[in-house]
Ligand binder design. Sequence first.
Ligand code: 4AD
Ligand code: MG
Length: 436
Amino acid sequence: MAGVPVAFDSIERVRAADAVGQRVHLRGWVHRSRSSGGILFLTLRDRTGTVPVTIRKDAIGSERFQEAEHVQLEGAVTLSGVVAEDPRAPGGREVRADQFEVVHAGEPFPIFKGQTEEFLLDKRHLAIRSQEFVHIFRAKAALLAASREFLAQEHVLEVTPPIITGTAAEGGAEAFEFDYFGRPGFLAQTAQLYLEAMLFPHERVYAVTPSFRAEKSRTPRHLTEYTHLEVELAWFDLEELLGFTERMFVSVLHALAERCPEDLRAVGRDPAELTRLTAPFDRISYEAAIEQLKRQGFPVEWGSDLGTAEERALTLERTSPLFVVNFPVELKAFYMLRTPDNPKTVEAADLLAPEGYGEIVGASCREVDIDRLTERIRAVGANLADYEWYLDLRRHGSVPHAGFGTGIERIMRWVTRREHIRDTTPFPRTPARHTP
Ligand code: 4AD
Ligand code: MG
């Protein structure tokens, strides 16, 4: 290969119908390596997958062979060879290499089987090379792409709200505060209030932004930084909002099953389970949920929040998501609209994932009346002056509107059946960790 420019193939070329007997030029990283009796057995990896490669000492010469033997796991190489059938190889094919170049032999790779979770988190920047993470992050990309496609079809405009804010929108206690040139600044917990402002010129808007929650609780479903997809829709009531939300989920999850079946299977999700999902999703009132939980022996009463255990009990046996609607006013944020015929509840819903994975969506209609909104801001003990700009939105053409937010990692945790949400994001941020 020396000196001659080569057009490289991707490993997926090896799997093509007409590949057997053809020469391929590959480049990538050494995924596995074993040498025995003058033959080196490598597994090569690139973005399209892995392929077994055999290199015979007599095919490349003993000097090159020795070099090849010294390439570490995750070392980088280029090679050229002929595709051959091999019933013993995974996928039934291998590449018999007769040219081989070391790009970077590398140091001994520190990650191998049997290491502790903590060590793997310390070495996360290397651990993300595993096939398991490749599958998860490819599926996550498909989930985001399909969401954007659905929203574009529905004429919802993508906008770019700020991350640096002057107030804590979802509740002061869980906001990350920092010094913003001598004044308090907060990392956004939600883009919602800004999306509401942008709704007046655009009617339908959404954003995908990092949201930050300084929740100290260490749970398998909380990150301190997560990917928040939020949608805000003018003129929508609760029923229309839930209809939109379930249509989006069905469309996006069907697309995921269609585009990434192999990635899903590899992480333990049968794509048919997603394809089977249909709208409408079941709905249960908060009140009925409390009654059901009481019957199941939970020490809850009207006004109790639904925690991890309660959400799990409500959905463990389900195969499709469940909306819980009409929560008590006191449990929810200040901006939510009261239920027209019941002043004790709000026009809000949480969507719970099936199989016990818990809340994946928070949705509500927003209060439009400036007096009731002011009263609610006071009631939750927030500073009215901080919300002056938001109250302006209720002074100029205030209209009914509604929206929702969903944590992409929460969806991924369910879809990829992960025990812990951190394995749905490459560099997880939790109370215990903000490096690497
Ligand atoms: O229910 P939440 O707090 O609602 C809001 O922030 C609204 N302002 C959204 C809106 O209407 N625009 O958060 C929305 C979703 C949750 O349902 C959950 O999926 C996810 O964000 N989420 C988290 N994901 C990972 N880690 C955390 N700590 C999360 N907190 C919320
Ligand atoms: Mg919520």
